[in-house]
Design a protein. Structure first.
Length: 451
């Protein structure tokens, strides 16, 4: 017969029951169900007097005497049974009992499972634990209960210690309290002493009141004198403060005027007017980008405006150092600036436009030299002329010569061509324009020194 399988109510793991639990008597079941209940305090249980007297009247079993029944010797009868019939009845009984054992075994197994289930339900309802429980969960519960028990013992000890402390404090206070008789006598003596002191203090109070009135009168007179003196001093202080404020205001105005004058003296109007910088791969003049490439398209209006600012800068530097360009004339006209070049063969001035647009021209297909390319080549020549002139002036002032950071040769700057030849702006052309602006910034800085 296989043992029934139950599940642990905590971890839901299967549990194999011991065979001893499968055949429990009624007394064993009652003992399991009733065991482990809440302990009762037997010391407080008392039997009522009337029930106790009735219990004492009951006789014990060994005190009772049982009288013999009459005719006890004839209380049973012998029966004669045939041996053949007895054997046949025994054989029939054995066959019937063999068939019934199988039915009883199945009934016994289901009834034992039902009994165990009922026992577990009753135990679970009486306790805070759901039965059945496996061995591992039982050990975990025992550890948890031991921890709770330890905490309860610790709290109990703390409470006992607190109660002992309170009792000791109460005993100490009760020991320090004086006896009623001696306390009353002390209070009467203190009362008489305090009354005598009160009379003396009243006399002193009257004398002090008179002194206070005299002192208050003197104080009022002194306060009046001090008030008049303070008023005079306040008037003088106010006049002095007003005078100091006026003088400090004049000093502040004077210092502010000097600071503004120093700033104006140190300010380079050309640096403020032409701010040359860079923005990534682009050179900028007054925040206008000069150049462009396929990844970053710059409109020609912005490029033309930057070229106009560059031509205006070169014309301003030439006028500042009082230098007349050789063979070139600058025409700063904003986004439509121009550069004029003298042709010694024709003895005429040729005008080159320092601007361009996106209009289609047949020359772009053949990459011919445009008017913008000739204007940029002329700008390089003009920068070179101004640089030589400033270098000559700096040597005259014993400041040493000036050398531009990027070399320029005809239509190239630092080896990079400045001409587009009708094509769209490229990164190489943008770099050459950035170098050109850097050289122009050097011209601006050195021209301020020599002048």
């Amino acid at each position: 017969m296989s043992t029934p399988s139950f599940k642990c109510q905590n971890c839901q793991c299967p549990i194999d029951m011991d065979l001893s639990l499968m055949d429990l008597s009624i007394a064993q079941r009652d003992m399991i169900v009733n065991s482990g209940g809440e302990p009762t305090n037997t010391s407080t249980f008392k039997i009522p007097p009337e029930r106790l007297s009735r219990l004492n009247q009951v006789r014990r079993p060994h005190e009772l005497t049982v009288a013999a029944a009459p005719g006890a010797a004839e209380s049973y009868v012998f029966l004669q049974v045939n041996e053949d019939g007895l054997n046949r009845s025994k054989h029939a009984t054995e066959e019937e009992s063999g068939e019934e054992e199988e039915d009883d075994s199945s009934k016994t197994l289901s009834s034992n499972i039902q009994v165990l289930t009922n026992i577990f339900n009753i135990l679970s309802s009486k306790r805070n634990i759901d039965y059945p429980v496996c061995h591992v969960c039982c050990e975990l519960m025992m550890q948890r209960l031991k921890a709770e028990y330890t905490d309860a013992i610790r709290k109990r000890d703390a409470y006992f210690e607190f109660v002992d402390r309170l009792q000791k404090q109460h005993e100490k206070e009760s020991a320090q309290e004086p006896k009623p008789a001696s306390a009353e006598a002390d209070l009467l003596a203190q009362k008489d002493e305090l009354v005598a002191k009160l009379v003396d203090l009243e006399h002193e109070n009257d004398e002090l009141d008179r002194e206070i009135e005299l002192l208050e009168q003197q104080l009022r007179e002194k306060e009046q004198q001090e008030t008049r003196a303070v008023l005079k001093q306040n008037l003088k202080d106010l006049e002095h403060i007003a005078f100091m404020k006026d003088m400090q205001s004049l000093k502040n105005q004077y210092e502010l005027t000097l600071n503004n004058l120093d700033k104006l003296r140190k300010t380079n109007i050309f640096n403020e007017t032409f701010r040359i910088s860079h923005n990534g791969p682009f050179g900028t003049i007054n925040d206008l980008r000069l150049g462009g490439f396929s990844q970053v398209r710059v409109p020609w209006q912005e490029i033309n405006a930057a070229l106009g600012q560059l031509i205006l800068l070169l014309a301003t530097i030439a006028a500042k150092i009082h230098y007349e360009l050789d063979g070139y004339r600058l025409k700063p006209l904003g986004s439509y600036s121009k550069v004029e070049r003298f042709d010694p063969h024709t003895q005429k001035w040729t005008v080159h436009n320092a601007y361009s647009n996106d209009d289609f021209k047949i020359g772009k297909l053949f990459h011919k030299e445009t008017s913008l390319d000739k204007a940029l080549e002329a700008i390089i020549a003009i920068v070179d002329q101004i640089a030589k002139r400033i270098s000559t002036l700096s040597r005259d002032h014993n400041d040493g010569g000036m050398e531009l950071p990027y070399s320029m040769q005809k239509d190239k700057i630092n080896g990079i061509p400045i001409k587009l030849l009708g094509s769209d702006p490229t990164l190489e052309w943008t770099t050459s324009c950035k170098f050109l602006l850097t050289n122009a910034k050097w011209l601006l800085a050195f021209s301020s020194q020599v002048t």
